[in-house]
Design a binder for this molecule. Structure first.
Ligand code: G3P
Ligand code: MG
Length: 245
C-alpha cells in the first residue's frame, strides 16, 4: 500500500440517504455521482457470514425483525432491505461482504469496512470480518480500510490481518486518543466531525496519523475540514458534495 491511497471523499453507507443504506443499489447510486470510495457497516449472521447492516436489529431497514445474528445467511437472503426506503428499491437484498468485494473491485472502487459488531460479539466479528477482507481483497491494488468504534474488534482484526490498515472511530475524543491510536497500531483517526478542528488534525498528522471524519453533509463545513488537511470525508450528501479526483 502506498502511504495513503484513498480518495478524500467517501460515500456513507453507499449513497447516504438517497438510496437504501448498505445495499448494492446505494453503492451504484453513490458511484453515479462520481464517488470512488464507500463506507459501509458489517456484522455477522447467525452462521458467521459478514453482511451489510447498520443496526443490531433488522427492524428499521428490512422486512425482518430481531437481532441480525439470530438469522442465518439463508434467512437474511429472504428479506427486503430496500422497500422501507421507497418503492423504487423494493426487493433489494441484504448484501454479503462477498458481493461488495466483487462489485467494488470490478469497478476499481475503494472501501472503508466499518466493523460494527452486534453487542457481545466484538472479538469474533473483528476477527471474521478482517479475515474475510484479507481473502476477498487479496488481489486488489488498494486494501480495504477497516474501522470500528470497538477497540476489541480492532484488536482482533490486527491479530488476524496485521497488514490491513485500521482506523479508530471516536464519537468523542478522549484525552488519550493519540495513545489509543498508537496502542491499536491504527493508521488513522476517524472522528465525529464536530470533534475536529485545524489543531486536532495537525496534532494527528504530527504524530503520523491520517484523519477521517463522519458524517459531513454541509458543503461549507466539508470545505473547512478539507482546508485544514482532512484526509477522508464521509458524507451522505453525495449529490451536493462533489468528490475530487
Ligand atoms: O464509519 C463512520 C460512520 O459510519 C460511523 O457512524 O453510525 O453511521 O455507522 P454510523
Ligand atoms: Mg458506519
Amino acid at each position: 500500500m502506498k502511504d495513503w491511497p484513498f480518495p478524500r471523499h467517501i460515500a456513507h453507507r453507499g449513497a447516504g440517504k438517497l438510496a437504501p443504506e448498505n445495499t448494492l443499489a446505494a453503492f451504484r447510486h453513490g458511484a453515479s455521482f462520481g464517488y470512488r470510495m464507500f463506507e459501509f457497516d458489517v456484522k455477522l449472521s447467525a452462521d458467521g457470514e459478514p453482511v451489510l447492516m447498520h443496526d443490531a436489529t433488522l427492524d428499521r431497514t428490512t422486512t425482518g425483525s430481531g437481532r441480525v445474528d439470530a438469522m442465518t445467511l439463508g434467512e437474511l437472503a429472504a428479506l427486503d432491505a430496500g422497500g422501507w426506503h421507497s418503492p423504487a428499491y423494493a426487493g433489494e437484498p441484504v448484501p454479503t461482504l462477498v458481493a461488495i468485494a466483487r462489485y467494488t473491485q470490478a469497478n476499481g472502487f475503494m472501501v472503508n469496512i466499518e466493523i460494527k459488531p452486534v453487542p457481545g460479539t466484538e472479538y469474533r466479528t473483528g476477527a471474521a470480518v478482517a479475515l474475510d477482507a484479507l481473502t476477498l481483497w487479496k488481489h486488489a491494488a488498494v486494501p480495504p480500510l477497516l474501522s470500528s468504534f470497538s477497540e476489541e474488534a480492532l484488536e482482533a482484526a490486527h491479530k488476524v490481518a496485521p497488514g490491513l490498515p485500521r482506523a479508530l472511530l471516536l464519537d468523542k475524543l478522549p484525552p488519550d486518543w493519540l495513545e489509543r491510536l498508537r496502542r491499536l497500531e491504527c493508521v488513522a483517526l476517524d472522528a465525529n466531525h464536530s470533534e475536529l478542528d485545524a489543531a486536532v488534525i495537525g496534532a494527528a498528522h504530527a504524530a503520523g496519523f491520517k484523519v477521517l471524519c463522519y458524517t459531513v453533509n454541509d458543503p461549507a463545513r466539508a470545505q473547512d475540514l478539507l482546508d485544514w488537511g482532512l484526509d477522508g470525508l464521509i458524507t451522505d450528501a453525495v449529490d451536493q458534495i462533489r468528490p475530487q479526483p
